[in-house]
Every structure is written in structure tokens, then in C-alpha cells.
Design a protein around this ligand. Structure first.
Ligand code: SAH
Ligand code: SF4
Ligand code: F3S
Length: 464
């Protein structure tokens, strides 16, 4: 029997990348195989993101395109999954006639039944969020090209409710995944030849697993279990640091990264754990969002500028060779010129190696949408964003220039886009390096001396 063809498009964060791989795993059981040709598909799934308005607009265009495809193939099934499905179920069902399936991030196990409903001439809809689902037992079917670096989800959801953010509404409550299954998945990746994993969660520092006593109910997520001292005495409670130790010990030549760290929860103990294991990569993604304490308070981030600076100092103390990257939102409700300058000032002080920078986009249902006025004019948001991007360009270049003449161990990841004779890899600090292939293959470690750079890339020569 010929298999049915599944075409998947993924938008949004790394979490969605893994979720698409989970969905493929579930559908492979139903005799689907992946195609990269939309025109050959029996089923199109678009895994969506709601984080900013423009993320949604992009997907809306794609849905129209899938609708046109459906006119050519009347049997084609089109599904919207992920965060937009969760948030905009009603609009999608009312306005997008070509959409047959609407499935939220916690309902992917229902795909077979929902496809059956579509077969029966109905729409397949499930956007129920779960307090427990982590897809712990599903082995994601990897869709990456190089088979060197992969993502592993260690938790889902978010309890932080930052004032601007839609994620707690699209992904539901925070819950942690069984560490046994995480370790097993990482081991399997290593055995298949992968040499880098990135552990994923919206706030990995609050990873929390408590082993259930026989017959008892298991707890996961960031609940309160009494004071720290008691937790340390109890070996059955596992924190993020403990999980990292376990994963780092799998193989010395397996690199471990993680994202995202929340500044309010990044502990010295974590930094000390990293310092002990050279394969825990020397780069920390620590989204600051703003350099102004007043803005951070309006954002409900749970830390002040001073507290953020203190975290940066700790990173420098325990991991002097580490790079720090960040996320910044500009033009948040009520942001004054002075508050904007505080962000520029913090960026200069911190010397971020890299930053994702965004214009504030109001999201329905969030605290900010309900309580604040989105009062910074778009022209001002744009100007401020440009100033931030410009400054970060200078900081990134500065950070790369410091590496001139230095030697790094680089994990080769794949061919360079610009030249077939070159490979691209990254240093432990997460800096991209281009170097001569010289018969080396993706997955190989290589020593490289840095000979030049741009703000985004190091150029190097292989040594030894
Ligand atoms: N859990 C992560 C980030 C998830 S979203 C954390 O807390 O850091 C990724 C980034 O998108 C955020 O860090 C923020 O910078 C940006 N973002 C989130 N909501 C946004 C909004 N409404 N407008 C603009 N940027 C937003
Ligand atoms: Fe959104 Fe804040 Fe949760 Fe990050 S920590 S996902 S920014 S609510
Ligand atoms: Fe977007 Fe959902 Fe990720 S809103 S950023 S895909 S959690």
C-alpha cells in the first residue's frame, strides 16, 4: 500500500520545531510519510506561532496558499496546529474555509481520531490544554538536515504570565517531563551520531521533577515543595541542575545547550554545575527584555535591572569565557525616551554577543492588552528598534573581534551556504565559524584558529 504524504511547515520557536517532529512520529504510525513537496501532499499541517502579530500574518498568507492548493486537489486535508490554533480556533473555523483541522499544542495524540472525523465529513477540532501532557514517550522523528544538532523538549507551558506574552495562554501551565525519558532520548540521539542537544523549555531553570512514591500521584512543574533545604535532603526531587548533570554525563563529546533561562531563576548553583562540565556549552541565553526597572516592573518580569546585572556578574565569575545573548522588546506600553536609553545603556554594559530584538506587539488576552495602553507610536517603536539593532551590531562585532587569533574547538555542522569547500560550525560560545572543509564531515570536532570576522560570523583555519 502506498503511504499517504504529509507536508509540514513550522513557524515560531524551537519548541514548535520539536512539536512538528512529535506530530510526524504520531502520523508515521498512521502510515503517513513526510514529503517536502506541498503539491504532492495528502495532508498539509502548518504549525503556528502567535507571539507577535506579524507571525500570525505570515501564517494567514500560507493558509490562503493551502486553500488554492486544495482547489487543485479536492481530497487534500489542511490542518492548523500549534499556538494560533489554540488562540484563534473560532476565527480559523469561521473565516478559513479551507481549514479542516484545528489542533492545539497539547492535543497531538488525538490526530488519528481527528483525521477520522475529517474523513467522515466533519472538522477535526481539539484545543484542550493539559496539565500533564509532555509527549514523554513519543520519540520525535527528526526533520533536521545535518543530523548533528537536535532539540529535546524537557518541559512545556509557562506560569510566568509576563504582561506582554501570549505563551501561557497558548501553551498552558508549566509541567516538566520525566527525566528518564529525556535521558533516553538524548542517548538515542548520541548513538545516532548527534553531537549536540539543546534542552528546551520556556523557563528551563524552573524544571522540577518529583518521583512519585509507589501508588502516589506524581508532581511536575514549578510547584512549591517547602524550602530548599528539605528538597536537597530528598533525592527524589530533581531540579534543572540535577538534570543537566545527568545529561552532561552521557558522553564527554556530546555538547549540551539549553534555552530559555529566566533571569529571575538562574541560580549560582546552575553556573557552578556548568563550570564542572566542559561539555555544557559556554553560552547563556538570558532575555533581559528592557534595561529599565520601571519597564521590567510593567512587564511583570520579576526582576530589576540591578538583579539582572547581578546575574551577568555571576556568569562572568563562574564562566568567564561564556557569551551571553538576550531578547529585547522595544516600545512596550509607556516606554519613555529615557527608559529606552536605559536599555541601550544596559546593552553596552553587558556586551551581549547576540540579541533577538522585537517591536512590542500587543497580544489579545494578555495583562498588557487588558490594563495598559499600547501608546508608543509605531514610528517611535521603529526608530528605537533601529537604534537597538544598530548598537547590537556594534556589540556583536566587538564580541567577535575579541576572538582574533584565538583557538577554539568547533563542532562542524554542515556545508557553508556560500562555498562548497567550506564547513560551518559553532564554538562552545555559540559563535558561528566558517572554515575550510579539508575532508572533515559534519559531526566532527575540529580545532580552528580565528583569522577574521563579521558581526555574525568568525572565519578560521583548521589547525593540527
Ligand atoms: N520564554 C522565553 C521567551 C519566549 S518568547 C523568555 O521568557 O525569555 C521569545 C521572545 O519573544 C521573548 O523573549 C520576547 O522578547 C519576545 N516577545 C514575546 N511577546 C512579545 C510581544 N507581545 N511583542 C514583542 N515581542 C514579544
Ligand atoms: Fe512568555 Fe514570560 Fe513565559 Fe517567557 S517567561 S514564555 S516571556 S510569559
Ligand atoms: Fe510562538 Fe508558541 Fe513558540 S507563540 S514563540 S510558537 S510557544
Amino acid at each position: 500500500m502506498t503511504k499517504k504524504k504529509l507536508y509540514v511547515e513550522t513557524y515560531g520557536c524551537q519548541m514548535n520545531v520539536v512539536d512538528s517532529e512529535v506530530v510526524v512520529a504520531i502520523l508515521q504510525q498512521q502510515d503517513y510519510e513526510v514529503t517536502d513537496r506541498m503539491d504532492k501532499a495528502d495532508l498539509i499541517l502548518v504549525n503556528t506561532c502567535s507571539i507577535r502579530e506579524n507571525a500570525e500574518q505570515k501564517v494567514n498568507q500560507r493558509i490562503r496558499e493551502f486553500g488554492r492548493q486544495k482547489k487543485k486537489n479536492v481530497n487534500l486535508v489542511v490542518g492548523v496546529i500549534g499556538c494560533m490554533a489554540e488562540l484563534l480556533k473560532d476565527r480559523l473555523l469561521e473565516e478559513e474555509r479551507s481549514v479542516d483541522l484545528v489542533i492545539g499544542p497539547d492535543a497531538y495524540r488525538q490526530l488519528p481520531e481527528l483525521l477520522q472525523e475529517v474523513d467522515n465529513g466533519q472538522k477535526g477540532i481539539n484545543t484542550i490544554l493539559s496539565l500533564e501532557e509532555t509527549y514523554a514517550d513519543v520519540s520525535p522523528v527528526r526533520l533536521d538536515k545535518n543530523h548533528v544538532s537536535s532539540f529535546v523538549s524537557i518541559m512545556r507551558g509557562c506560569n510566568n504570565f509576563c504582561a506582554y506574552c501570549v505563551v501561557p495562554f497558548t501553551r498552558g501551565r508549566e509541567r516538566s517531563r520525566d527525566p528518564e525519558t529525556i535521558e533516553r532520548e538524548v542517548r538515542e540521539l548520541y548513538e545516532k551520531g548527534y553531537r549536540e542537544v539543546t534542552l528546551l523549555g520556556q523557563n528551563v531553570n524552573s524544571y522540577h521533577w518529583e518521583e512519585a512514591a509507589p501508588g502516589a500521584v506524581k508532581h511536575s512543574g514549578n510547584q512549591s515543595f517547602g524550602n530548599e533545604k528539605d528538597n536537597k535532603k530528598n533525592p527524589a526531587v530533581l531540579h534543572f541542575e540535577d538534570l543537566l548533570e545527568r545529561i552532561a554525563s552521557i558522553a564527554p563529546d556530546l555538547r549540551i545547550r539549553f534555552a530559555t533561562s529566566h533571569p529571575k531563576d538562574l541560580s549560582d548553583r546552575l553556573l557552578q554545575t556548568m563550570a564542572k562540565h566542559p561539555n555544557l556549552c559556554r553560552s547563556i541565553h538570558l532575555p533581559v527584555q528592557s534595561g529599565s526597572t520601571a519597564v521590567l516592573k510593567r512587564m511583570k518580569r520579576g526582576y530589576t535591572r540591578k538583579m539582572y546585572e547581578e546575574r551577568v556578574r555571576s556568569i562572568r565569575k563562574y564562566l568567564p569565557e561564556a557569551t551571553i545573548s538576550t531578547d529585547i522588546i522595544t516600545g512596550f506600553c509607556g516606554e519613555t525616551e529615557e527608559e529606552h536609553r536605559e536599555t541601550l545603556d544596559l546593552m553596552k554594559w553587558a556586551g551581549f554577543d547576540f540579541a533577538y530584538m522585537f517591536k512590542y506587539s500587543e497580544r489579545p488576552g494578555t495583562y498588557a492588552a487588558k490594563k495598559y495602553v499600547d501608546d508608543v507610536p509605531d514610528t517611535v517603536k521603529r526608530r528605537r528598534l533601529n537604534e537597538i539593532i544598530q548598537l547590537q551590531g556594534e556589540m556583536s562585532l566587538e564580541s567577535k573581534k575579541q576572538d582574533a587569533g584565538k583557538e577554539f574547538e568547533v563542532l562542524a555542522e554542515g556545508p557553508s551556504k556560500k562555498s562548497p569547500d567550506d564547513l560551518v560550525g559553532r564554538t562552545s560560545q555559540n559563535k558561528v565559524v566558517v572554515f575550510g572543509a579539508n575532508g572533515l564531515k559534519p559531526g566532527h570536532y575540529v580545532h580552528v584558529r580565528v583569522t577574521g570576522c563579521t558581526s555574525a560570523t568568525l572565519f578560521g583555519e583548521v589547525i593540527g
